[in-house]
Write a protein that binds this ligand. Structure first.
Ligand code: ADP
Ligand code: ZN
Length: 728
């Protein structure tokens, strides 16, 4: 047999070590299956690897070292191996880095080290101490997940005895580690809702696809609140009935717990969860159960695509247009595209759900590559909000104020009726710029080219690029003048201040990712808002995603033009999606909502499309522009980012690459740049970007690899290749 290697046969083992090839070993006693997870000696160490094929055997077999041991895990299946190879080819990522994505679960195959785990029990401790309180806080944040003693002690900064003490009182529950225990069975017929005509038709179409058992992708488009989730959960149900596994990807961890609750109501049990907020013990369990079939449904972040599913039948990508599906460091991949690749190798179905699909998916549906299902109306009595522009050129607004009189009046009316209003500004912090009124100096990040953003709530200046932070200084760092630093421009914290002044009676809630110490606190605030515990909500793009606030009837956008500045060809698409998503927050229950957009350019075609809601028209116009420019989805793009501490070195290499572009020209590709990258300096490294534009279907990857590989990277030079960059 080709996929079993007997003792002594030479096997090629792929490891996650930065080598450019597999290594040869001798199969151990008992042999090894193709795909087996193994431990192999490498120099003085032992490393994890996967049997990737037959070894070359081109040197003395007696000198080849044996595999140390075969790990106790199901061998990596052929579909996953093929996925890693194809995804690696597509993103031009070396195989070791691809393997790392698939073996990220800690200690794959190892027996559990901790045999006991801890989760929140009943009641309160007899005596409240700081240490005890921290333990309970950590457990509360875990939302029902268990931690090992070490994980819990580290996270809470306490000693083991504190945990033991709480366990004795029952405030913390001690249990056997949940190793290898399957997840509770999901019942596909547990809690399905009676679907409306449109929904039922869409659900039946998805179910038929799942039953078909072949690859296919469907774009499920429907306005916010139209029941897309209800519909794709029916596809999940069908997948479970077929005895296959399903994966639902969400763009944001903050949405997970709300979603899990819905899954539980639909299927009578909780699914497996996979994202970086999940403890390592639980991740090992997910990894194993996915491989054995003991997890039927996984809800997770993009990295869940690399789990070793035994029989994957369906992948749902919710909010498929969301930019956070693009991984921006390490391996640069777009989870939406990788979901399609993975599913095609697994004979699985893909559902891409969105109210505002990406232009890529829209074009694929137009071209007939994807099926399209559309839900046109909101569920129940809810209708799309009325959308209007507030022309800021006609508003009488003092400087350093951003809520126009028109918007303020509209908010006042809603608040009087006991309804909620949302003020949206996609900018975290208090003010985007801190300037010295004596010398004009603007405080910048010492590491990056970004400006430092004042976060008054945290009393710090922060860099949104690299995370650098510093206390807000008393004096100007340049001219040393005291008390002259001024905050310029609006951020959400400042909007909250203005809103509190304008509406002193209103209960104001601010939703911005950096204002909450933990996912748990954020979740609590979201629930509080949904239950009517706030009147006026000030939020960043965090509120645009998926949350359901039934009492919210008015959305006011402070700066609808914000995303349209700059030269990025995707700006129009992004702005359109974001504005439609935000507007969709208004009026989800019986009351019709209103969305007001403050703009200085109400005649701008994008703003007009947002207001009219003419999506088809917008996509068509946008598609025409992209087609004319030869850019995605009608052409291919790739970015090469070079970085080095020395700006001259990095430009020199960039220029050399730009001059030596024969490999690219051969396939009809053009190179632009080098130019400073969108983020030109990060953590002390200068970055330049070259953009490559190519026609479709020309074997761009191979040409890129040849071109980019012309010069050896010397010293501290780094190169990253970004296929399908987010901005161009
Ligand atoms: P979307 O995913 O398109 O935003 P959801 O599936 O979240 O829409 O539906 C919006 C709300 O309407 C949810 O609270 C959902 O439970 C409810 N809903 C949608 N369809 C139905 C239905 N057929 N019966 C009962 N409730 C429904
Ligand atoms: Zn910085």
């Amino acid at each position: 047999m080709d996929d079993f290697f007997h003792e002594g046969e030479i096997v090629a083992v792929l490891t996650a070590q930065p080598l450019d090839r597999t290594l040869d070993y001798r199969a151990p006693e008992g042999g090894a299956w193709l795909g087996a997870y193994v431990e192999v000696p490498l120099g003085p160490r032992r490393v994890l690897g996967v049997v990737w094929g037959r070894g070359a055997g081109d040197f003395d077999p007696a000198k080849v070292r044996p595999v140390t041991r075969v790990l106790d895990a199901a061998p990596m299946r052929e579909e996953l191996r093929a996925f890693l190879e194809k995804a690696g080819e597509y993103t031009l990522t070396p195989m070791p880095a691809m393997l790392r994505l698939a073996t990220r679960a800690p200690g794959v195959g190892d027996p559990p080290k901790a045999r006991r785990v801890y989760r929140r029990g009943e009641g309160l401790p007899d005596r409240e101490t700081d240490a005890r309180r921290r333990v309970l806080e950590v457990l509360d944040e875990m939302g029902g997940l268990a931690l090992t003693q070490k994980e819990l002690a580290d996270a809470a900064g306490v000693t083991a005895s504190v945990i033991k003490g709480l366990a004795k009182q029952g405030v913390v529950r001690e249990e056997d580690a949940p190793r290898d225990t399957p997840y509770a069975r999901l019942d596909p017929d547990w809690g399905g809702k009676a679907l409306t005509g449109d929904q039922a038709a869409a659900a039946e179409s998805l179910r038929a696809g799942v039953r078909d058992g072949t690859y296919g992708t469907t774009l499920l488009k429907g306005v916010t609140g139209s029941g897309k989730t209800e519909v794709y959960l029916e596809a999940v149900a069908e997948c479970l009935r077929q005895g296959r596994q399903a994966l639902v990807l969400l763009p944001e961890i903050a949405l997970t717990s709300e979603f899990i609750t819905r899954v539980e109501a639909r299927f009578g049990a909780r699914p497996a969860e996979w994202h970086h907020g999940v403890t390592s013990t639980e991740r090992r369990r997910v990894w194993k159960m996915v491989a054995t079939g003991g997890a039927e449904l996984v809800v997770g972040a993009r990295s869940a695509l690399f789990l070793p599913f035994r029989n994957l039948g369906l992948v749902v990508v919710d909010e498929e247009h969301d930019t956070s599906y693009k991984q921006e460091d390490g391996v640069l991949y777009n989870a939406r595209d990788m979901a399609v690749l993975r599913a095609s190798l697994n004979d699985a179905r893909v559902v891409l759900a969105s109210a505002t699909p990406s232009l890529e998916s829209w074009a694929n549906a137009e071209a007939g590559k994807y099926d399209r299902l559309t839900l046109t109306s909101r569920f129940g009595a809810a209708v799309m909000p009325e959308m209007r522009a507030i022309d800021m050129r006609g508003e009488d607004l003092p400087s350093n104020r951003w809520i126009s009189p028109s918007l303020a009046r509209a908010i006042g009316t809603r608040l009087e009726k006991g309804e909620q209003a949302l003020i949206f500004l996609n900018r975290r912090g208090y003010a985007p710029v801190t300037i010295c009124r004596a010398c004009g100096h603007q405080i910048g990040c010492p590491q990056c080219d970004a400006r430092m953003v004042e976060h008054r709530f945290l009393r710090r200046l922060m860099c949104h690029q690299c995370g650098e932070s510093a206390p807000i200084p008393e004096a100007c760092p340049s001219c040393e003048a005291e008390g002259k630093l001024a905050a310029v421009g609006p951020g959400v914290e400042r909007m909250a201040e203005e809103a509190r002044e304008a509406f002193p009676e209103a209960r104001v809630a601010v939703l911005s990712s950096d204002l909450y110490g933990s996912a748990r606190q954020l979740k609590a605030e979201i629930e509080n808002i949904a239950a009517g515990g706030a009147d006026l909500i000030i939020g960043t793009q965090l509120v645009a995603k998926g949350h359901n606030f039934p009492l919210l009837t008015l959305v006011g956008v402070i700066d609808a033009d914000l995303g349209l500045q700059g030269s990025d060809l995707r700006a129009a698409e992004r702005t359109f999606q974001l504005m439609r998503q935000v507007a969709g927050r208004a009026g989800r229950a019986e009351k019709r909502g209103t969305a007001l957009m403050q703009t200085y350019q109400p005649e701008h075609p994008v703003i007009r499309a947002i207001l009219s809601g003419d999506e088809e028209g917008f996509w068509r116009a946008e598609a025409e522009e992209r087609r004319a420019a030869g850019v995605p989805p009608y052409g291919r793009m790739a970015g090469i980012i070079l970085s080095h501490p020395d700006v001259q070195e990095v430009f020199d290499l960039g220029n050399a690459l730009a001059r030596n572009d024969a490999a690219l020209r051969r396939v009809g590709a053009q190179v632009f740049g080098p130019a400073p990258a969108p983020v030109a300096r990060v953590r002390g490294r200068h970055r330049v970007r070259l953009l490559v534009k190519a026609p479709k279907g020309v074997g761009l990857q191979r040409a890129l690899a040849e071109w980019a590989g012309q010069f050896r990277l010397r010293g501290d030079m780094r190169m990253a290749i970004d296929i399908d960059p987010q901005s161009f």
